[in-house]
Write a protein that binds this ligand. Structure first.
Ligand SMILES: C[S@@+](CC[C@H](N)C(=O)[O-])C[C@H]1O[C@@H](n2cnc3c(N)ncnc32)[C@H](O)[C@@H]1O
Length: 250
């Protein structure tokens, strides 16, 4: 066995061979795809909509821009971007085809299909040329990626000079008491909801564990700087339950 194949990483709280993680993540999102949108509303009490709107407020989409939304799933971020910028276009790229299939159905229902492309691909090896997008977004996706640094390097590569990165991800609540209360909710309620609504407790257990494994706001900002981005800033949402990170390819 090569040295590489023996490397391990986390999949929620489990330690797994690095080479197996993407397949396991693909399994989770293939299982949840048909219920993903409804579960998102239930688990967050609709908060994810406000967080995605806050992402758009900070991003301020422009009509001439081409967006790449990585780990874009069913297209929430891309739809919002296109609604705010009449002439813009977007590509949604995701590892899990069943998530994109759900998104494509929505695009047709919302008559947005012409401005959107749906591409199966891995954030760590994007199937796009260098300097081909004005904006790169990734929302609730990067914590699932095996090597976050590789995904950030790919974001930097595909952005045009002057392009912008924006990441929306669950984060850490700076207040310890509040964090504890939130942990009690997420570890007890979310897997149970998954079981009741989708008959799938395990996938939702992974989702809450993966949130806890993700670096805090400052550490993640450092990773973005290390990938080459400048003007790196973050904003907490709902006291740090989630955070937005912004960076520029200067
Ligand atoms: C929690 S969903 C987020 C979907 C959407 N961005 C949203 O905010 O609602 C996470 C998505 O990340 C995708 N994903 C996980 N690892 C990925 C990777 N390495 N490359 C691309 N997509 C990935 C999953 O397939 C899934 O669709």
């Amino acid at each position: 066995m090569s040295e590489d194949s023996q490397q391990t990483t986390h999949f929620g709280y489990q330690e797994v061979p690095e080479a197996e993680k993407a397949g396991m993540v693909h399994g989770v999102f293939s299982r949840v795809a048909s219920r993903y949108d409804v579960m998102n509303d239930l688990m967050s009490g609709g908060m994810h909509r406000l967080w995605k709107d806050a992402m758009m407020d900070w991003l301020a989409p422009r009509a001439d821009q081409r967006l790449l939304d990585v780990a874009g799933g069913t297209g929430d971020v891309a739809f919002r971007f296109l609604k705010r910028a009449a002439g813009a276009t977007a590509v949604v790229c995701d590892l899990t085809e069943p998530m994109l299939i759900e998104g494509r159905k929505r695009a047709e229902a919302e008559q947005q299909a012409e401005r959107l492309d749906w591409v199966v691909g891995d954030a760590m090896a994007l199937p796009f040329p260098d300097a081909s997008f004005d904006v790169y977004t990734i929302s609730f996706g990067i914590r699932n990626v095996t090597r976050i640094g590789d995904a950030l390097a790919e974001a930097f590569r595909v952005l045009k000079p002057g392009g912008r990165l924006m990441v929306l991800e669950f984060s850490q609540i700076p207040n310890a008491m509040m964090q504890k209360a939130y942990d009690v909710y997420s570890f007890n309620v979310i897997p149970l909801m998954g079981q009741v609504v989708s008959g799938d407790r395990e996938s939702y257990q992974y989702l809450v564990e993966s949130i806890r494994k993700f670096p805090n706001q400052e550490s993640f900002a450092q990773m973005i700087r290390a990938a080459g981005f400048g003007q790196v800033k973050y904003r907490n949402l709902t006291m740090g339950v989630a955070a937005l990170h912004s960076g520029w390819k200067l």
